[in-house]
Design a binder for this molecule. Sequence first.
Ligand code: TYM
Length: 329
Amino acid sequence: MKNKKRVFSGIQPSGDPHIGNYIGAIRNWVADQEEYDNIFCVVDQHAITASYDPEELRRNVRQLVAVYLASGLDPSRCSLFVQSHVPEHTELAWLLMCVTPMGWLSRMTQFKEKSEGKQEQVSAGLFTYPVLMAADILLYQADGVPVGDDQKQHVELARDTAQRFNHLFGETFTVPQPIIRPVGARVMGLDDPTRKMAKSESGQNHSIGLLDEPDRIRKKLARAVTDSHKEIVFDPRRPGVFNLLTIYRSLSGQSQEEIEAHFEGKGYGDMKRELADVVIATLEPVQARFRELTEDPAYIDELLAEHAARVRVIARATMDKVRRVMGLR
Ligand code: TYM
């Protein structure tokens, strides 16, 4: 246990998790859980930086924990908890805010995208969001942060923050590295393959939810945007087909060559149907386990309380040190 590197990651409970979250994050956490000392969080305090419904948030938190477990995260090998259950996250975020230059935050592309045209109205929390994320990671002295491509800049900010803090106050934090898989790190929207698949997009045919029924998955894939070419090959200049093939590749485990050979001479309709088969076969066991888990909410609540207590020991040790070096004790 001691020799294993520690990973930390999280997902916002801000809507239904989709296949981008699965391919870019959850699936990789599951695949590597033997290799690492694992801490996975449901980041509810990040989900309140934009407008939201409290009842829905409460439901989404439980749902996401059940998705973590149903996807195969093993609670005997991973700590699974909810961010707000460990108050040290927000305390550290404040302290880090006082060492993070405004300029760094102004350069975050996600903030620029999310605040576009409404700079004056978005919450201050949306602007300082990456600092809370840095606190999540640094609190546990994580070595690695397995994420999709869109979170790379945020993890780099956590890295820069750790280095700056260590320089100002002495060695305190482990400097974390992003862990990003080469394939599937950026799954695109089915309705617009030039845009990232995102929980915040509302289009009917935009994303495949992890809990979508097989019929819905087939319909959404049948309507997915492609192009007027014919050949089924991995060509990034044809983003629709490239995205569908990338999803196929990620979930089937086949190589690019195998897939191109397999689809030679076939049409987009065939490819979409076969892709639907692969997606449904992947999600069916996850959904079955999810249904079982939701029948026993007490199990999830107990697990969350126990795991929060466990990770809090690490959080407290880090905070003791941080307060001391910053002159707050
Ligand atoms: P979030 O909730 O947007 O996404 C959760 C994870 O899913 C990945 N992801 C994708 N991967 C591939 N294709 C996509 N279309 C796609 N959409 C999302 C994300 O990269 C992420 O790994 N700020 C984070 C949550 C967070 C966090 C942290 C992550 C808060 N604290 C500490 C790591 C460490 C976020 O909003 O992720």
